[in-house]
Design a protein around this ligand. Structure first.
Ligand code: ADP
Ligand code: MG
Length: 389
């Protein structure tokens, strides 16, 4: 789960991670009021959507008067902001953050994420702030300094020094930087974050460090103990089908291919997607119906998969361990009654009661259900069906 920049900055403030002052606004009037409250003579109007690259897309603009704040807020509010992270359809801007203009002397990058290789949270810094860090990582990886932080000992000064030296900070700034990084580490750990990205972290004319941008993502499995983070959830920013799937205990993630997948178990779901790719197709989604799949969840799964207009075929790949295949077969039949399934459905059921399941499906005599003997056979048939063969 992700939150908006202004929400991440609220968390930062609580932990004394310095950020510019700012207020959220839903209308141009509120934007002007926010600017008046902040005072000063330069403000930045920033679109709040769950995507980076807003500046390049025209969603971050500088204003030098309150009337300019009004003008820019009216422009940005309601716009369909397109960035490299939103896809071509863009995202509707429903609120803007009005922030005091900062005096930028130098831009850096500072981020944290969970590193699976070292099995620890890592902090990363770079002098190449303000740029897409993915490009820096690709073109000049030596410009990104990383330190792994063992959660048992927590953040120590030497972690901060390593980053500060890597950034080439002068001696007198090192302690300020360490304080900043140490506070950031606490924000990350205390909220079960998965990712924090400050791009840019700036040094101001008077030698302070400020988080000018803030992105935060959280581990969904920890949300049950993060009520404060949960309250920041903005469902309008999330994929509606993924939210609905969650209500039924289904783990669904929308992708951009055309072969719908319904699988039990995350590992098998990943394997199924790999096999579809191997056979030359592209999965339309990840869907794990879970171990307790029944007729209702299978039916719901079909409904959710079919909401995606790109889906040209569905591959059902279920291994009956705890769930029995005959139940799943009945679920598939039930689903065809509850939802109009008008694409070919390739079914591979193996494991407990697979033979009974095959009989149920054969006897039903539904023409668009195609039986598969194993994973490879199923993937091949599904890819061919999606291509219209
Ligand atoms: P995004 O990464 O989505 O484009 P940022 O928050 O990084 O959004 O803003 C883009 C750029 O706008 C920054 O790199 C910085 O140059 C400028 N900017 C953002 N906030 C401020 C601010 N408060 N004062 C001055 N400049 C700002
Ligand atoms: Mg940024």
């Amino acid at each position: 789960m992700n939150i908006h920049e202004y929400q991440a900055k609220e968390l930062f403030k609580k932990y004394n991670v310095p950020t510019p002052r700012g207020h959220i606004a839903f209308t141009p009037d509120e934007a002007v009021k926010a600017a008046q409250e902040l005072g000063g003579s330069v403000w930045v109007v920033k679109a709040q959507i769950h995507a980076g690259g807003r500046g390049l897309g025209g969603g971050v603009k500088l204003a030098r008067s309150t009337s300019e704040v009004r003008e820019l807020a009216s422009q940005i509010l309601g716009m369909q902001l397109v960035t490299h992270q939103t896809g071509p359809e863009g995202k509707l801007v429903q609120k803007v953050y009005i922030e005091e203009g900062a005096d930028i002397k130098k831009e850096y990058y500072l981020g944290m994420l969970l590193d699976r290789a070292s099995e620890m949270p890592i902090m990363m810094a770079s002098t190449e702030g303000g740029m897409a860090i993915e490009d820096v990582a690709h073109d000049s990886p030596e410009k990104i300094i990383k330190v792994a932080i063992d959660p048992l000992t927590g953040f120590q000064s030497f972690h901060g020094r390593k980053l500060a030296f890597g950034l080439g900070l002068p001696v007198e700034e090192i302690n300020t930087f360490i304080k900043f990084a140490s506070a950031l580490y606490r924000v990350y750990m205390d909220h079960d974050a998965e990712m924090i990205e400050i791009n840019p972290l700036i040094k101001t004319g008077d030698g302070k460090f400020l988080a000018l941008d803030a992105k935060m993502g959280f581990d969904n499995n920890a949300l049950y103990r993060q009520s404060q983070v949960n309250e920041m959830r903005d469902l309008s920013e999330e994929e509606p089908t993924e939210i609905e799937a969650g209500k039924f205990g289904l783990s669904y993630i929308k992708l951009d291919g055309d072969v719908g997948c319904m699988v039990n178990g995350a590992g098998l779901a990943m394997g199924t997607m790999d096999t579809i790719n191997y056979e030359g197709g592209k999965p339309a989604n990840f869907l794990d119906v879970g171990g307790g799949a029944n007729a209702e969840t299978v039916a719901k799964g079909f409904e959710i998969i079919l909401k995606d207009p790109n889906v040209k075929a569905i591959f059902v790949n279920i291994f009956g361990g705890i769930v029995r295949c005959d139940r799943v077969a009945n679920g598939i039949l039930e689903a065809t009654k509850l939802t109009k399934v008008d694409v070919p459905v390739i079914v591979r059921l193996d494991g407990t009661n697979a033979i009974e399941a095959a009989e149920i499906l054969n006897n039903a005599g539904i023409s668009n259900i195609i039986a598969a003997t194993d994973l490879a056979d199923g993937a091949r048939k599904a890819v061919a069906a999606a291509k219209g063969a």
